[in-house]
Design a protein around this ligand. Structure first.
Ligand SMILES: NC(=O)c1ccc[n+]([C@@H]2O[C@H](COP(=O)([O-])OP(=O)(O)OC[C@H]3O[C@@H](n4cnc5c(N)ncnc54)[C@H](OP(=O)(O)O)[C@@H]3O)[C@@H](O)[C@H]2O)c1
Length: 360
């Protein structure tokens, strides 16, 4: 008897997901979720800070923006989680594309309840050590995993590389690099031909900095990324363990944004002096993050030799140089766009696909 070909049933989605945040990154992810690359994922809920759209049978990514406009305002995470449960999918994923500390504080509970979490939000892994440790424990308790590729280098394969090297028994001797696109651009341009304040105005006008550039220049965001990397490398560091040099002069810290923007020239004298002093020794200034083998972590302005990989950066690129026991002669260098909605959204999608493909 010849076999009768059977119609192939469409494969059910292997994972259901909800998305928190429909800003720059969340929107870019919705675009990716509408592509064939995401066919194994069933989007069952999307929320911004005020509204949400929920349907356990599926939400069409391209219709989310319009639906969010139409629904009655109201937010609760419980009905988003209920949609994941009701979807029948084997794997349930919460994607956090917000910068909300409140949502980050819930990541551990979600993991403990068996929901996988994928995050661009650094508030859960880049702040207190206690919160980081709670996440690790909750993941073990709930048998759930945490996708954090988007939190450092916008998905450049840094955290995954670090984990792989450790799994293979390699040892990190030093990690240094440029973890901020805006600070990368500013110091790649700062060659004495224009004052720092002029470059800062141009960077802000081009959208390379936060609307309030003190967020970039203060170094806290770079410090958060360094903490995530240090913890991944096995160092139990807390926020206060990272030495942070802020570039913002004390007099410009506590004032309003408009006044700050009117006084940018107050950066110029100090930074020009530092640039000249570095140049006199044939060196360049870069805003570097550094971690050594003993776990000493520092973020700040550093003079680098022209041969240092950071000295040869261009544009807004990020750079991560990993010197390990097996990459001793030359560091393993990862370089590329360290911000941007499309690459960040791709990092979130990649982590969600890893969850979807993992065995139940
Ligand atoms: N942009 C990048 O290139 C990049 C790169 C790497 C990582 N990240 C990280 O990715 C995250 C998102 O960045 P973004 O640039 O997309 O920010 P954004 O444009 O400001 O969007 C943030 C979104 O989060 C929503 N939100 C806030 N609280 C919420 C809550 N409790 N529940 C649900 N949604 C909530 C906001 O809602 P409303 O619309 O109602 O305000 C908004 O839609 C941040 O943590 C950022 O640090 C960004």
């Amino acid at each position: 008897m010849s076999a009768v070909p059977r119609a192939v049933a469409p494969s059910p989605a292997e994972a259901a997901l909800v998305l928190l945040g429909t800003g720059v990154v969340g929107n870019a992810l919705l675009t990716l979720l509408a592509t064939p690359a995401a066919s194994r994922l069933n989007l069952v809920g999307v929320a911004n800070s005020k509204r949400q759209v929920v349907n356990p049978r599926g939400v069409v990514p391209s219709r989310v923006a319009a639906q969010l406009q139409e629904v009655v305002p109201g937010r609760d995470d419980a009905s988003l989680l209920a949609a994941l449960d009701a979807s029948g999918a084997a794997r349930r994923i919460v994607i956090d594309a917000t910068a909300s500390a409140d949502e980050a504080a819930r990541h551990a509970d979600w993991l403990a309840a068996g929901y996988h979490v994928v995050s661009a939000n650094k508030a859960a892994t880049g702040e207190s050590l206690a919160a980081w440790q709670a996440l690790q424990q909750a993941g073990r308790r709930g048998g759930a995993s945490y996708g954090d590729a988007a939190t450092v280098g916008a998905g450049l394969p840094v955290l995954s590389t670090l984990r792989r090297l450790r799994e293979c028994g390699d040892r990190l001797l030093a990690l240094d690099g440029v973890f901020s696109g805006s600070l990368s651009w500013l110091f790649n341009q700062f060659d004495g031909s224009r004052p720092f304040s002029a470059l800062l105005r141009e960077a802000r006008a081009s959208g390379f900095t936060e609307p309030d550039p003190r967020i970039d220049l203060g170094g806290a965001d770079v410090a958060r990324k360094l903490l995530i990397l240090a913890r991944t490398a096995g160092h139990a560091l807390d926020v206060a363990d990272v030495e942070v040099e802020s570039l913002v002069p004390p007099a410009l810290r506590g004032i309003g944004l408009d006044e700050f923007l009117a006084r940018l020239e107050e950066f110029d004298e100090t930074l020009e002096q530092r640039r000249r002093s570095a140049a006199a020794d044939g060196k360049r200034l870069r805003f570097l993050a550094r971690l050594d083998e003993r776990g000493h972590a520092r973020v700040g302005l550093t003079e680098v030799e022209p041969a240092h990989p950071a000295a040869r950066l261009a544009g807004t690129d990020n750079l991560f140089a990993l010197t390990t026991h097996r990459y001793r002669a030359q560091p393993l260098v990862i370089q590329g766009a360290g911000a941007g909605p499309e690459v960040t959204a791709q990092a979130l999608l990649g982590d969600a696909l890893i969850q979807a493909a993992a065995r139940v």
